[in-house]
Structure formats: C-alpha cells, structure tokens
Design a protein. Structure first.
Lengths: 178, 634
C-alpha cells in the first residue's frame, strides 16, 4: 500500500497500516492555506471601507479549524492591511467580508451564501466535500489538501487572482467560461 | 508512510494531543509545501516526528526549484551538513563530517528510491552519472551520522536519500529548458494515466557543461560534460498493494569521449503489501549496470542485482518493529592499461545482511530506538552495526536526542586487489574501516516562526587506510589499516520566517580532527585517506516573494581554507583557500503554467578553487556563471 521511506524507517517511524484520516491535520493545513491565498488576490478598492481597513476572513457556520485560522491570520498582513477572522453563525449582510469560508455543514446554507455574494468582490472558499464550489474550493486528493480555482467567478466579482496562485491550483476554470 | 516533506515532518506531530506544535509548524509552510503535506496518519499509533533522533536536513522540491541548480551536487549545497566541492567540468566530491576528497569520500551512502548509487568497486559515488531529473524529485533527505543499522555498510558518516515523486504526482507535460554562460540543459517529461489505478511518466534530458579553466598551465584536460538520459516510472495501486516499476538509461561523455565516458541503465521494482494484522511487507528488486571508460587508461563495468525484503510490524502493543534482509550481488570488472591494475580483472562480490530495529516509548516523553544489522560480504568478514538512540520530548516545542552507533566502510576491490608491479602489492588482509559515533542533538521551535536544529558528534575511527612498506620488503608498498581518529564537530541550521513573504535559512558546520598512526604503523602518503576538509562552512539563504508573481532569492556561502599534508613531501600547506560566494535568483511566474528565472552563481569572483587533489583529476577552477531558465507546464 505504501512505499518504504528509509529515513523514516531509520528513525523507527514507519508502520504502514490502515490509513486513517487525521481530521485535525487536514484542517490545520486548510487553516494555513486560507490566509496565504490573500497576498495573491487583488480586490477592487470598493471592497474595503477604508484604505487601511483589514482584510476580513469570515467563517460561516461552525468553526472547523478550532481557532487555528486566527493564529495564521494574525502572523500575516496583506500590504498594510491586517488580516482578521470573524465567525458568522449565519450569513450576515452587515459584516464586510473579503473572504468567506463555507464549511461542510449545511449544503443549502453554503449555496444560499454563494448566491448572496455572487458578482461581489468577496472571495468564496468552499470546503472539500461540498457540491457547491466557491472561487476557491478545497479538494482532498490522494491524502493531500489541494484547491481548485474558478477564475471566471472571481472575475465576475471583480477580484483578480495572480497567475502564481493559479499555477498552484489543481484545476482552474478559466475566465470567459460559463 | 509519512511522506510529508520532512522539512515539515521534522517538527510535525500527528498526535492531536500535540496539535499545537503541528500548527505552529504548518503555519510556516508556503502554499507549495502545504500541497505536499500528507494528511493521512499512517502510524499504528500517532507518532510525533519531532522525536526523530538524528541529524536530518531535508531538501524539498520547492527548495530545489528555488535553488536554481541544474545538477544534483549543486542542489546538495543546500544541506548545511554536507561538504560539496566541485573539481572540474563534471566531477564533484561530496562528504559529511569530513573525509572529503576524490579518494577519501568513501563514507557516504547515496540512495535513489532505494537503489544504491555507491560503487562498491571504487568505494565512491560518481556524481557526474547520477543525473536524477530534478523536477521529479519529491525531496532529498540528508542524514549526517551513521546509518549502518538500516542502510548497511558504507553509511558511515552519512546517508543521502533521494526520493522521487510518484508518477501520479507528475501528470501532464513539462518542459524545463536552461541556457547559460557555461551550461545548457533541456528536460521534458510527460505523465499520464494509461489505465485505471496506474500512472506513468516518461522523461528525457540532455545537458552540456563547459570546460573549466585549469590551475596548472600544463593541464590540457577537457572536462566539459555532455549527458543524455531518459527513463520512466510506473505506479500501480491495487487494494492494499502498490507496485512501482522505474528505470533510467544514460550515456555521458567528455568531448569526443577523450577523457571519460560512461553509460548504463537501471531497473527497479518495488511491491508494498498491507497485511491483515496491520503490519506491512515490502519487497524491492533492482538491477543496475554501468560502464565507465577512461580511454587509454581504464575500463570498468559494474553490474549489480539486489533483493531487499522488509517487514514493518509490532512485537508488543505499542512499539514499531522493522526487520528484514538484503542480498546483493555485484560483478566488478576493471581492465587497466596502466601499471596499476588487477591480476584478476573480474570479481564477484556477494553481500548478505539481516537487520532488526525496535522503537518504543520508555516513558510518555522518552522514546528509545535500538537495532542492529549483521552484514556479511565476500570481501570482508561479518560486520556488526548496532545503534541505540533516545529522543526526549522536553516540551511540545523542544526535543533533545542522543545516540551511540557503530558503522563500517567495507573494503573495495581497489583496497584489496589493486597492484602495480614493483610499486604496490595487493592487500588481501585489508579489512573494514570502523566508526563508533556518539551524537547529541536538539531540535525544536524556540519561537513560533523559528525552527532550529543543532547536532554535536564525537566520532572514533579505527583501521583507517594507510600505505606502507610490507613487513619484508622496502618496495613495493601495501595498503594497511593503520590510522585511528577522534573527530568532533557541530552542525546547526535554522529557518526563520520574518514575514509571510520573506524567509531566511542559516546553516553552519564545524569540524575538529585528530588522527594518529597506530603503534608500529606509518603512512607513506601522509594521510591521503583522511581527505581535505575545511574546518568550517556557513551559509545564509534568503527567499522573498515580491509582488505577487516575483521571487527574489539570494544565497551566501563561506567555506574555510583546506589545510592538509602534501602527499609526496608530507608538508602541511593550504591546498584550497577560504572562499565566499554569492548566488542570486530572480523568478517570475509569467502565467499560471510558465515560470521564467534568471540566476547567477558564484558572483563574487570570476573563478575560485574548491578542491585540490590531483590524485583523480588536475585541479581546475569553478567559474562564475549565469543561467536563464524557462519552465513550462502543458
């Protein structure tokens, strides 16, 4: 099932058994990804209330990251803008979000939220396992967390995603495609 | 298998109880590195990798790309626990913890996907022919210190373990083309899925490296190097089983094949099977045949077939037990036209070994790893290579480790059978060189954005090679085991993430050597087998992600002077001066599939010297070079 890793073997670390997904590790990786997307994304000026307003990551529904997202976000900045995290129990139009994450909770809530921000400069990030896909959708493939990008949806919302980030995506739905 | 990049894995814990450490470490990874984190825990019980008690430096695929290097030895300069010296257009000499020179760098084992690249005929690694396609390398694990218990003989001072990506990780087409002031290289690869559950990649690469300028006016050797290589890797997954078949074929030469040429091929098959009990079995076979020809001087042919079996299981409820064995057969043929040659040009070498290692927790925060390898070679007697290691997890972010182990360098055909009428007698009694090593180390994260590794070692060598008169004659001379050594040193490296877009890496090593002739022994070559080592090496690397699509990287390395005894006069002198060099790289992700980079290597000086041992090749200078690289994914 798995290959030998001699150094790990040297260190007595290898025991290949039935694979078991480690949920905490998966979400630690996802929590590290999200704030790191931000430097590769350009929002129109009207996406922010003020020139120095923070980039707000909103987590819709229950927090699957166990607070880890705030730790990563706190260490990063986007230009002069700090990155902050807000938790929204339900979609809330009064909160200005530049990034919104939709977890694996209720499919209908995710779809509703995607519809609500369609065409707006809000980067939608959907968790793996959801049928609904945001501009960035996480994918768990061969035990690795990867992501797909819907560049068409981003362009529709007036958000520019750098080619570097596109090159790191597993799959990209290019601009101009329905 | 825990195949997260070990740069991460060094501190990666898969235990939820210690999730805090995981997170601080994962937070520092780049997006590229995050994509490589395996999120499946494969330990039968969660196993903190932070407890890995050895001096390991891991070079990730991303590190390789950002180094801008286009050949393996240049990539290995990233490892602070290696000495890398370029000798001329094609030849390099590489070692860990001392003994670096073409003749003496015989204590470092190199594996490519489990296949040994160490020549038992010459006790050496021919780096110019180890042309792994760099874009397909998943990571390179560089272990300094003995690895004999699992790897076997000749892993005395270190092991370099090169792991390539699976075929499923290299799907699609890639064109990687480089042109520069001294080099040209084109690599193309295509990966696809020929059938359900299988993936295949094919690659080809060709490169040319220019001549280097000689130290001595009389040196007219042309050491430019042309390499052509192709290969494939097929990975097939079944339910609970995986099968890999991979191979390479190459032909390399100096211009007009005048000085040297080499050709060869290898084929490896590997089968992993998960057993019902939760343990696993792995079987690997390989065949490796290659020829090196120095026209008018020598021709050697080395054909090796090997079978390895390994069983990963548990002896009781909370340990990890690995045991297995290996059989390796090499046919070594060496035909010489000089006076140095072999009475019997063809030798068969048989190596058999058995090993076992158990890893268990003595206390909750103290892990013990102990094992032994027993190896028999038809060239030496039975050698025992035991190993005992402790890992003490002081807190989640700090780990201390200690080890004591024994390793051997087994005699080669050259040690035992090389002769020259009137000058050198064969040495049938030449036996293994031995090392007992004591190590102490620290690894941890003193700050959230700083990871640090420090290792100290004390190496006691015995029976190192000497050359002296035979008991009954004045000349010829004979190789003997006449030197003991006690060396100690330190290695340290750190990674510091200043911001999300700027990362610094610092690395250094320091080596202090003393060697003594054993009672009644002398050495006519004044310690040539001890190598030529700088007392210190240091490097600083900076990686910046500027704007959104630009990368700017800089590397500074400073190497101390090499002082050694002259092989003929015995006078101690500086053979290679201390030097400091700088490499710079600009990278631009022009589109999501196109990357263009410009690199400058050794920018501070027009040329510098890295090695000065005329025993193999006349010493030549390493030039300043520039490269332009285009990497296009299709």
């Amino acid at each position: 099932m798995r290959r030998r890793l001699p150094v790990a073997a040297l260190l007595g670390l290898v025991i290949a058994t039935h694979a078991r997904a480690d949920v905490s590790l998966e979400y630690a990786v996802k929590a590290a990804y999200i704030p790191k997307f931000i430097p590769f994304i350009t929002w129109p000026d009207n996406a922010f209330a003020a020139p120095n307003a923070p980039v707000t990551i909103c987590v819709l529904g229950p927090d699957p990251f166990g607070g880890k997202l705030e730790q990563t976000a706190g260490e990063l900045k986007s230009g002069d803008r700090p990155i902050v995290v807000r938790y929204l129990p339900a979609p809330d139009a009064s909160v200005s979000c530049q990034v919104i994450f939709m977890g694996k909770g209720d499919e209908a809530i995710a779809e509703g939220a995607l519809d609500a921000v369609k065409g707006k400069p809000v980067v939608t990030v959907t968790d793996s396992g959801l049928t609904a896909h945001g501009m960035i959708s996480f994918v768990v493939a061969a035990n690795h967390v990867r992501f797909d990008i819907d560049e068409a949806a981003a362009a529709h919302g007036g958000v520019a995603i750098s080619s570097k980030l596109l090159s790191l995506a597993r799959a990209v739905k290019p601009r101009g495609q329905p | 298998m825990v195949s997260a990049s070990l740069a991460l894995a060094v501190n990666l814990l898969t235990s939820p109880a210690q999730a805090q450490s995981v997170n601080t470490d994962i937070r520092q990874l780049s997006i590229e590195e995050l994509a490589n984190v395996e999120i499946t825990s494969v330990s039968r019980r969660p196993e903190p990798l932070a407890e890995a008690p050895a001096a390991i430096f891991v070079i990730s695929a991303e590190d390789i790309r950002r180094s801008g290097a286009i050949n393996l030895p240049e990539v290995l300069r990233l490892a602070p626990n290696l000495e890398v010296a370029r000798m001329n257009g094609f030849a390099y000499t590489i070692s860990a913890r001392g003994f670096n020179s073409p003749e003496s760098s015989n204590k470092l084992l190199v594996l490519v996907d489990g296949r040994s690249a160490y020549s038992p005929l010459a006790s050496s690694v021919f780096w110019e022919n180890l042309n792994v396609p760099l874009a397909d390398v998943a990571r390179i694990e560089v272990v300094s210190g003995p690895g004999g218990t699992l790897y076997g003989a000749n892993a005395v001072n270190g092991v370099i373990n090169i792991v390539t990506k699976t075929a499923s990780e290299t799907q699609g087409a890639l064109l990687d083309a480089t042109a520069g002031t001294a080099d040209m290289k084109v690599m193309a690869r295509y990966g696809f899925t020929p059938w359900q559950g299988g993936s295949l990649r094919l690659y080809g690469q060709t490169s040319h490296t220019n001549n280097t300028s000689p130290l001595a006016a009389l040196d007219v050797s042309r050491t430019a190097w042309v390499r052509n290589q192709g290969g494939f890797r097929l990975d097939q997954k079944f339910d609970g089983d995986s099968l890999t078949l991979q191979g390479d074929i190459f032909a390399n030469s100096t211009p007009a094949m005048a000085l040297e040429h080499a050709r060869g091929y290898n084929l490896t098959g590997r089968w992993s099977h998960a057993l019902e009990s939760g343990s696993s079995l792995e079987v690997q076979v390989y065949s490796d045949e290659n020829a090196r020809i120095q026209p008018g001087l020598a021709r050697e042919q080395l054909d090796t077939q090997a079978l390895l079996v390994q069983h990963n299981t548990a002896l009781w409820w909370n340990d990890t037990f690995i045991w297995g064995g290996e059989y390796r057969h090499s046919k070594e043929a060496f035909y010489s036209s000089s006076i140095f040659g072999f009475a019997n040009p063809v030798t068969h070498l048989d190596v058999e070994n058995l090993f076992a290692q158990d890893s268990f927790k003595l206390f909750d925060n103290l892990k013990v790893i102990t094992g032994i390898k027993i190896e028999n070679s038809s060239f030496s007697n039975v050698d025992f290579m035991p190993d005992l290691r402790f890992a003490w997890t002081v807190t989640d972010n700090h780990m201390l480790w200690a080890s004591v182990s024994r390793a051997v360098r087994t005699p080669s055909k050259i040690d035992r059978e090389l002769e020259a009428p009137g000058l050198l007698l064969p040495a049938p009694r030449f036996h293994s060189e031995k090392l007992t090593a004591y190590e102490l180390g620290y690894r941890g994260q003193p700050l959230a954005n700083l990871s640090l590794s420090v290792s100290l070692y004390y190496n006691l060598y015995d029976d190192l090679r000497t050359t002296f008169y035979t008991p009954v004659t004045i000349a010829p001379v004979q190789l003997r085991n006449g030197i003991t050594g006690d060396n100690y040193g330190a290695e340290a490296w750190a990674k510091y993430a200043l911001t999300g877009w700027w990362r610094l890496s610092l690395g250094a090593n320091w080596l202090q050597r003393t060697e003594h002739l054993k009672p009644g022994r002398r050495d006519l070559t004044f310690g040539q087998s001890l190598g030529q080592d700088p007392p210190y090496q240091a490097q600083l690397r900076s990686e910046m992600n500027l704007l959104e699509d630009w990368e700017f990287d800089a590397a500074l390395r400073s190497i101390g002077h090499v002082k050694a005894r002259d092989a003929t006069t015995g006078n101690t002198k500086v053979l290679v001066g201390a030097y400091t060099e700088v490499d710079l790289r600009f990278g631009w992700h022009a589109t999501k599939t196109t990357e263009i980079s410009l690199e400058g290597f050794n920018l501070l000086h027009a040329r510098h010297l890295e090695a000065n041992d005329p025993s193999a090749y006349a010493p030549q200078y390493v030039p300043r070079t520039f490269l332009l690289n285009l990497r296009q994914n299709l």
